[in-house]
Write a protein that binds this ligand. Structure first.
Ligand code: ZN
Ligand code: ZN
Ligand code: ZN
Ligand code: ZN
Ligand code: ZN
Length: 266
């Protein structure tokens, strides 16, 4: 060790002093491999790689590894990084026997819809955005971009015209069955219905349109029609709310604009 090193004047070459060999941790060169300094050879014990965008390839250094994706929840979409692959489901009657996901093709226009089996119910996992035969419908804030992501909002009359053969607008009893299958507790049910939640329902907070024409709570609440009226003035709908973190049935004015998810006939 030189005199200069002793009084604190090291001759730094990146992370290492060329005179005394002292290492300074902040200066390691990890551009080629997050786990090892390419200059001094220090190996880091903790996992410093970033696998969030792809479980098998580090977003920072490009290092690859194999078979780290998780396909248990969905054979075709990794639940950790979101990577997709195709032709991996083992379909029977449109539903994968391994993970419960599947697709339904609407013969009327060739559109393909994602579906999931929850308990013994088969449910679309996207909010509809199709034109109804009658009644009124809207994109949130009348911005078409919102309907691409969140589907359309329909009044009750329109909601009842959307189902293709073999499908139906859920009844109040259908929503009750789903709710009780998922534990029967508004908070527990919410946890499983939310996007990325265990059920695979992948709730989308499409917001609502009041009868007087204003829109509310995109990204914070979802309201799905049932086809069951309570009386002349009110219809049952199923609400999923982010603020309360609850999910359950409520009554609503049929002139409101809500989202639609269809259930498959049994
Ligand atoms: Zn030194
Ligand atoms: Zn180093
Ligand atoms: Zn890395
Ligand atoms: Zn992955
Ligand atoms: Zn599958």
């Amino acid at each position: 060790m030189s005199f200069k090193c002793k009084i604190g004047f090291h001759s730094w070459d990146g992370c290492k002093c060329t005179t005394c060999g002292k290492i300074r941790d902040a200066e390691h060169d990890v551009s080629a491999d997050c786990g090892k300094c390419s200059r001094c050879g220090t190996i880091f014990s903790e996992d410093r790689h970033d696998w969030s965008a792809d479980c098998d390839k580090c977003a920072k250094c490009g290092k690859t590894r194999e078979n780290q994706h998780s396909w248990l929840k969905d054979c075709e979409k990794c639940s950790k990084c979101g990577k997709v692959r195709s032709n991996m489901h083992r379909l029977r009657d449109g539903i994968c026997q391994v993970c419960g996901h599947g697709t339904f093709t609407d013969e009327r226009n060739g559109s393909i819809h994602k579906i999931i089996k929850i308990g013994d119910q088969v449910i679309m996992t996207e909010n509809l955005s199709k034109k109804p035969h009658s009644g009124n419908f809207w994109a949130y804030d009348d911005q078409e971009g919102n309907s691409l992501k969140y589907g359309c909002l329909y009044d009750w009359e329109a909601a009842k015209t959307l189902a293709p053969a073999g499908w139906h607008l859920p009844t109040k009893a259908d929503w009750e069955t789903l709710h009780s299958f998922l534990g029967g507790d508004d908070k527990k049910v919410y946890e499983q219905l939310k996007a990325g939640g265990k059920s695979g329902f992948d709730n989308l907070f499409g917001g609502e349109r009041y009868a007087r024409g204003t829109f509310n709570s995109l990204g914070a609440s979802a309201h799905y029609w049932s086809d069951t009226p309570e009386d002349e003035k009110q219809v049952w709908k199923f609400k999923v709310g982010a603020y309360t973190e609850t999910a359950g049935l409520e009554k609503a004015d049929p002139n409101y604009g809500f989202s639609v998810r269809l259930f498959r006939n049994k």
